[in-house]
Design a protein around this ligand. Structure first.
Ligand SMILES: Cc1cc2nc3c(=O)[nH]c(=O)nc-3n(C[C@H](O)[C@H](O)[C@H](O)COP(=O)(O)O)c2cc1C
Length: 157
C-alpha cells in the first residue's frame, strides 16, 4: 500500500513520531508548514475557533497514493489551523484510506482526532485507524512501541 504521511509539527514532538512511523512503513512524507507563525495565545484561540492559516506548498493531491496519514499536535483541544487548511486543500482523496495521529501535552482528549477524522471522511475517505500520543507516553518513551503497533495496520494491507 503506497502511503503518504502529512505532518504539521511546531515544536518537534509530532515530527519525531511521524518520522518513526515513516521509517517503519516506508511511506512518503510531506511537511505542512504555515506561511507565518503566530503568538501562543493566537495559536490557541485560532485553533479553538477552527481557523485556517495559509500553508506553504506541499503534497495535497493524493492521486498517487492508497492511504494518507494526517499528523497534528493538539492545540486548545483542536487540530491546528495549518492542518485545517491542508484538509480543505486535499484533492483526489475519495475512496482512499486514511488514518489520524495526534500528539498532545495532556492525555485523553479525542476532540482533535475526531475533527480531522470527520473532515477526511466527509471527503469520502475510509478510516483505517487513529492514535493519540499524550504527554506521559512521550516522556516515558512508550510512544515508540505505540507507533510500531500502529504501523502494523499499514504493513499488513
Ligand atoms: C498553542 C498550543 C496549544 C496547546 N493546547 C493543548 C491542549 O489543549 N491540550 C494538550 O494536551 N496539549 C496542548 N498543547 C501541547 C501540544 O499539543 C503538545 O506539546 C504536542 O505534542 C506538540 O507537538 P509538536 O511538538 O509537534 O508541535 C498545546 C501547545 C500549543 C503550542
Amino acid at each position: 500500500m503506497k502511503t503518504l504521511i502529512a505532518c504539521y509539527s511546531y515544536s518537534g514532538n509530532t515530527l519525531t513520531v511521524a518520522q518513526n512511523l515513516q521509517k517503519s512503513i516506508n511511506a512518503d512524507f510531506t511537511r505542512i508548514e504555515p506561511v507565518k507563525d503566530k503568538w501562543y495565545v493566537i495559536k490557541a484561540i485560532n485553533a479553538y475557533m477552527g481557523k485556517k492559516w495559509p500553508i506553504k506548498p506541499c503534497i495535497n493531491d493524493i492521486s498517487d497514493y492508497d492511504c494518507l496519514i494526517v499528523c497534528s499536535p493538539v492545540w486548545a483541544g483542536r487540530p491546528t489551523p495549518g492542518i485545517n487548511q491542508y484538509l480543505e486543500e486535499l484533492e483526489n482523496v475519495s475512496g482512499k484510506k486514511c488514518a489520524v495521529l495526534v500528539t498532545m501535552g495532556g492525555d485523553g482528549s479525542q476532540n482533535a482526532t475526531q475533527q480531522i477524522r470527520d473532515a477526511l471522511e466527509s471527503k469520502g475517505m475510509e478510516l483505517m485507524g487513529q492514535m493519540v500520543i499524550g504527554g506521559k507516553a512521550q516522556k516515558s518513551g512508550e510512544w515508540e512501541s505505540m507507533t510500531n503497533d500502529f504501523a502494523r495496520k499499514f504493513k499488513e494491507e
